[in-house]
Design a protein. Structure first.
Length: 182
């Protein structure tokens, strides 16, 4: 039987090292998304809208809240106010502070997007958006954020500022979006 010499031995050693390293490192993971259980998704998300986050390819719609839509504008003192842009920037600030963990709720929508209650640093991002007055409690899904909306109204912040006129995002979406989906 011939012995391994020269190039064949080098080839065998190289691949042994490669497979050993792969075994030590483990399977590749996407840095922007780690999922520890099927009901939780976490990582550093991309902010799609003020109430939609994207972890890798998975989108999560924030449960129980509804924020201004992309094409939606509001009026402030009879002047056009970009309420969508303000709300999206607020979500970027909240989600940009570190890892975000979303606890998935209910079934996915027809597009495979999940609903979730998301937090970062122990803060409920859904509640923070409503309390800032940049999203509304969406009672069709949940009554969880009605208290935060009452606080925002009382404080006169965000959409609840004096002189601001807006249409509820769900009403705008039903009129402007086929199917009324986010």
């Amino acid at each position: 039987m011939a012995s391994d010499t020269g190039a064949r031995a080098g080839f065998r050693i190289f691949w042994t090292l490669v497979f050993s390293m792969l075994a030590l490192v483990g399977p590749a993971t996407t840095p922007s998304m780690a999922q520890t259980d099927p009901d939780t998704i976490s990582g550093i998300p991309e902010v799609i809208d003020a109430d939609i986050l994207k972890f890798g390819v998975q989108r999560v719609i924030l449960w129980g809240i509804d924020a201004p839509e992309r094409k939606q504008t509001c009026q402030m003192n009879d002047t056009v106010w970009g309420c969508y842009d303000v709300a999206k920037r607020q979500m970027q600030l909240l989600a940009g502070r570190g890892e975000v963990v979303c606890h998935l709720v209910g079934e996915a929508d027809p597009f495979g997007r999940h609903f979730g209650v998301c937090e970062s640093g122990g803060e409920d991002l859904n509640a923070a958006m409503v309390k800032a007055g940049l999203a509304l409690a969406f009672e069709d899904e949940s009554s969880d954020y009605i208290g935060q909306m009452a606080e925002a109204i009382g404080a006169g912040v965000g959409l609840w500022q004096v002189g601001v006129n807006f249409e509820e995002p769900w009403a705008f979406r039903r009129r402007e979006t086929p199917g009324g989906y986010r």
